[in-house]
Structure formats: C-alpha cells, structure tokens
Design a protein around this ligand. Structure first.
Ligand SMILES: [Fe+2]
Length: 649
C-alpha cells in the first residue's frame, strides 16, 4: 500500500531554518584547538583534521538510491499503525521448555496545519536538499549548529481507550509478538505473550507451563515445515507491599530461539501453542540479517530512543516505518510506565507531581502491554534490539529492579557470552554491535568491563569492519538536562572503546537530537567515535531545550551525578581549551556538530567497509526531508594501528 493523502503539518519557518543550518555548516569558519578535560587517559593519538581523504577510504559517488526508499510502500502487517484516528481525549517465575503506524496523523500535539504554499515550498526545499551530497566526517569540522527552538508543543500519552493499545486477542492467542536478533544471522528470537495481565491486591501469577511455546516457520506463508520450541516461558510480577497500591502480574511471556536460518532470507512464521484451539498466531514474516562479512550490509538501520507511547511517538514510528528499516535499535526508555501510579494516574514529571507522597516510586505496568500492542506491527516484522534506560529500573519489593525489561525482551546474552540482559553484542553483516549498560556496574573492575574487553578482543575488523556501540546515557551531550551525568561511565570506558576504534556511538536519555564530531576525551580526534544522541522519540516528559553553554544554564557540578549510575561526581572543570577552568563552555562546544530540540528518528545506511550515511528525520518535516545528514567515513589505515588486525588491511 502506497501511503498517500497523509496530512503533514509544519510551518515554512521549519524549512527556512534548515536552509540557515546548511548555510552555516558550509561557511567552514572553524577554530581548531584542544579542549581536553581532566586527563584520564594515557593514549597519545591526537591527529589533526587536515588530512586529505585517504586512498584506502576512497570516495563514494552519490547514488540516487541513497536518497531514500524507492517507494513509500508499507507492508500490510504495518498498516494497523496507520489505521486509527487518535482519541481526542486524550518476581519472575521461569520455566524451561523442552527441545523449545495516523492514516491521518492528528497533528500530533506539536503540529499545526499549514497552507498549500508552505507545502510546495517544503517540497522544493526537500528536493534541493536531496540533490546535495551530504557532508563527510573527513571534512574539517564546520561551525557547530544549533537549530533555534520552534513550537514543539506538548507530548500526550495515548489513553487506554485507544484501539491500538487494547487487547485484540482472546483466550490463549498470542499477542505482542516480537523478533530480536541472536548474535549471528543464522539465529533469531521470537517472543510473544499469552493470557492477560492481572492487577489488584490479590493477583495470582499464571503458570508459565500452562501454554506451550512453539514457532512454526518456513520460506512461504503457506508452508511452515520447521518447528522450534527451544527457549523459555515466564511470568513476572511488579509488587508493592504498601496499603492501597495495586500489584501487577504479567501474562505468560514466551521466548523461542530459531536456529539454522539462512542469512538475508525472508521467513514466515506462526507462534503459540498448536495444541490449543486458536492458540497460534496469524502468519507473520521477518527477514534475517545479511551474511557476516565486510561487503555485506543491511539496507537501513533505524535508531530511536526514549520512545514512550504518545501521539508524538506514533508520528516517529510512522515516519520510521516509511523509511523501511531492516533493523531497529531502541536505546532505552521504552514506555514510561513509571510516570504513573498503580491506579493509572499519570504525569509528565513523577517527582514534580507526586514528590514524596508515594511510599515507593510506583509504576502502571499495563502501559508496557499497551506499548507492546501498539508496536506489534513493527516488532513482529522488523527485528528490534533494545538496551535498558533509567525508566526501565522500576524498583519494587525487595529492591528488585528491571523486572519488566528483563522479562519482556529477548537478548543474545548467552550467545554473546555476557549472560546479562543489560549488555550484549551481535553481528549484522560487516557490523559488530556492542550494547552497553549505563545502569549496571561499568567500572574497570566489574563484570561488564571484563566482558567488553573480551568481546572487543574477538572482533575481526577484516570481517566486521564497523564497530558500533549503543547505550542509554550520553557522554557528549551539551544540553542542560543530564549534562555530564554519565561522566563516571565515560572515565571508565572511553579509552577502551577508543583503543578499539569504535566508529559510532548511539545513545538516548536527553530528549532532543545531537550529533558530535569525532571526539575523544572532549578533544576533536579523527579516530574518535561520532556520538549521536537520539532521545527524541516522543515520550511525554518535557523536551530538552536549554543548553549548558547558555547564560544561566550551566548546572551545579554537584547536581549532575545520577544515583542510579553510582552517584559519584566524576566531572570536573575542563583543564585546557576554550573552556579551561570552567564546568561548561560559553558557546556550543566544538565537539558538538548539530543539535536540535525536535522529535524524530535516525537512519543509518552502511554502504561499504568505510562509508556509512547517517540521516536524522525530525517529525515535523515531510517524509523525504532530512534535517541532519553526514557520511561517516572510517580510516582504518590510520585508526586501527593499535591492533594486530591492521594486518588485514
Ligand atoms: Fe533516560
């Protein structure tokens, strides 16, 4: 189905801003200089950005195919996402099992309708943008760009009456079906839920063994000869032993691993319990990732964070689906169930509204089920990899945390040797992904760090040239919100990631978009990763708009540590560079390339061993428009010199 007739709301000002940004970035007036913070690192690699593109890196000739999907065609399974008008009102029990997007988007609350004239202007602007070659990280960093704040409005959660979040199955029929990757493309996880959740004072967990966990699959919708039943089924509970609070226990969550799959192949499948009438799902389909190798890449990887379940979320997801991703990375803060009391009363700011009036930070766990139902058209057909954010902590009885996150998603933990749902790795074509935990011990003496060392040591860059990391709390945000909050994690882990020449780091947490230049230890470095923060998925908390470098917005250093990240103060005043002697810059730092407070999503297209195209799409733009784009170019001859794997080049 070709999506036509969709009403987009925007103002021509948005596109004028875009034009200004591009003019700004092309001026090239750039002051190069060190800006290092306290030196925590012994590595001495500090290279200037003046090096010309290397012959090894090569140059790519822009291909019209890169400019976006050839046709905005949405598969039938994804059409429910577009099929509804928003409403105007706006302790895990595990059992091993043997052998085992709106059609008329309501002007999201942030949008206003434009006239025909701005529509035509916008189309012309988009066409002009699309015909230009994106900038490259090989270029000298341009003047940092800050897009002026426009009217972004207010994000409002979908209510429990919205048909997209209501239970649409009966009996033991599966719902909330999702696909996740294993460590290799020959294997994948299928997850689903049977039975409904319970809420109240006397909830009784379902028996995970009451319903079987089976996936039947094959290469055609009418032929599913293979069967898998290896995995687990479980039930989790969220318990609050306080008078008046309502407890929650989930439906039965099933995770089954498929093995022996062909890479790059479309598989059809049904999941459920074939012994129960009506116990199997409809036929779904997903495509496995391409073969692991240096010349094998997926078409598009969507990157989102802090998604939530608002009308802005639906706009983000609709735009993302129209970009036809092969894989989705979700960088934490999923459904924001912890912005609700157990009686279903929600707020945009829990601490502001409920303060100390609740005996424990409550959650309303049905929001997780709402999110799973809304997302099912996406998650059942496009593999999605999730890493935890602070909104997944969800404290409960006995100081238990992360119960919902750990239970609902499948992770390649065992396959990647981490044996943890919080950090893991996997290969997709010529990319090795490392997903890390911001809210689990990240110290050099801890298990996560030791696992990371081993995992990075095993990476063969001649097989997977690209090394991409993802976690929740950003190291290089310049917004006031969460400014240098993750400094302790950066101090512990940055040198290790740098020494293995990580190419890109994706994060969320800050509710805005920001892309860095290549950076290491706050200093421009052609071998440092590009840090991209996409905590702009659309959740109901306020958007981050203030920058720490603006007058009056530099936070008190003592206020920056997060108790859930260890609570220590690791950030100090910068020791050199334009911000020497201060905690904050007095202008947008040179390591910050582009920042904008808008909702949106990003698409990464890895073209070959050295070139990847990154594009960020803000929600208020036309589908084809791109707000920020850059070719991320690897220079292996220069940046892998600390590795014996350099011999491969
Ligand atoms: Fe967060």
């Amino acid at each position: 189905m070709t999506m036509r007739g969709i009403i987009f709301n925007y103002s021509s000002k948005e596109f004028n801003l875009s034009a200004q940004q591009r003019a700004s970035t092309s001026e090239g007036e750039f002051r190069h200089g060190a800006s290092g913070a306290t030196q925590h690192h012994s590595l001495s690699r500090r290279l200037a950005f003046s090096s010309p593109p290397s012959p090894a890196a090569g140059r790519l000739i822009p291909n019209p195919r890169w400019l976006g999907p050839a046709a905005a065609t949405v598969p039938a399974v994804l059409q429910p996402l577009f099929g509804f008008l928003p409403n105007k009102s706006q302790t895990a029990t595990r059992r091993s099992v043997v052998a085992r997007h709106g059609a008329r988007r309501r002007g999201s609350s942030t949008m206003r309708r434009g006239s025909l004239l701005p529509l035509l202007l916008a189309a012309a602007a988009a066409a002009a943008v699309s015909s230009a070659e994106p900038a490259s990280t090989l270029s000298r960093p341009a003047r940092p760009v800050t897009v002026p704040l426009g009217d972004r409005g207010h994000a409002v959660d979908l209510p429990d009456t919205d048909p997209r979040v209501r239970r649409r199955v009966t009996g033991w029929a599966p719902e909330q079906v999702a696909v996740a990757l294993s460590a290799e493309p020959t294997s994948a996880w299928v997850s689903w839920i049977t039975g409904d959740f319970q809420m109240g004072a006397g909830v009784k967990p379902l028996d995970p063994g009451a319903v079987g966990s089976v996936v039947r699959y094959g290469l055609a919708a009418d032929s599913l000869p293979h069967e898998a039943a290896a995995g687990e089924s479980l039930v989790y509970s969220q318990l609050y032993p306080f008078e008046g609070l309502r407890n929650y226990t989930s439906g039965i969550i099933h995770h089954v691993r498929l093995r022996g799959l062909e890479p790059g192949t479309r598989y059809y499948y049904r999941c459920g319990d074939p012994a129960i009438p009506g116990g199997m799902s409809d036929v779904r389909a997903f495509r496995t990732m391409p073969t692991v190798g240096p010349r094998s890449y997926p078409g598009r990887i969507a990157v989102v964070g802090d998604l939530g379940l608002t009308y802005n979320t639906t706009a983000t997801v609709e735009h993302m689906v129209r970009n036809q991703p092969d894989l989705v990375l979700l960088l934490g803060d999923v459904c924001y169930a912890n912005l609700y009391l157990t009686n279903g009363t929600g707020t945009d700011c829990y601490s502001c509204t409920f303060a100390n009036s609740t005996p424990i930070h409550e959650t309303y766990q049905p929001r997780w089920d709402y999110w799973g139902r809304y997302m099912e058209p996406v998650t059942s057909s496009i593999p999605m990899m999730v890493v935890e954010g602070n909104h997944e902590i969800e404290e409960q009885i006995h100081n238990k945390t992360f119960a919902s996150y750990s239970s609902r998603f499948a992770f390649p933990s065992e396959e990647s040797g981490s044996f943890s749902p919080f950090y893991y790795s996997f290969d997709v074509g010529g990319i090795h992904f490392v997903m890390l935990a911001s809210y689990v011990d990240y110290k050099k003496s801890g298990e996560q760090y030791r696992w990371l060392e081993k995992d990075l040591e095993k990476v063969d860059r001649s097989v997977t040239p690209w090394l991409i990391a993802g976690w929740h709390a950003p190291w290089y945000t310049t917004y006031k919100a969460h400014y240098r909050e993750a400094e302790c994690m950066r101090v512990e882990m940055e040198e290790l990631l740098y020494s293995y020449a990580v190419d890109v780091v994706f994060t969320g947490h800050v509710h805005a978009y920001e892309r860095s230049n290549r950076v290491f230890n706050y200093t421009l470095d052609p071998c440092g990763p590009v840090h991209i923060s996409v905590g702009d998925g659309g959740n109901r908390e306020k958007m981050a708009t203030a920058h720490a470098d603006e007058p009056g917005h530099c936070p008190d250093p003592a206020s920056t540590p997060d108790p859930f990240m260890g609570g220590r103060l690791c950030a100090s005043n910068f020791t050199s560079g334009p911000a020497a002697g201060r905690f904050c810059w007095d202008r947008q730092p040179e390591y910050s390339a582009y920042r904008e407070s808008s909702f949106g999503h990003g698409i990464l297209e890895v073209k070959n061993e050295t070139h990847a195209l990154w594009r960020w799409h803000r929600n208020q733009d036309l589908h084809a428009a791109v707000a920020d784009e850059v070719f991320i170019v690897r220079e292996p001859h220069k940046c892998l010199d600390k590795s014996t794997r350099l011999l491969a080049y």
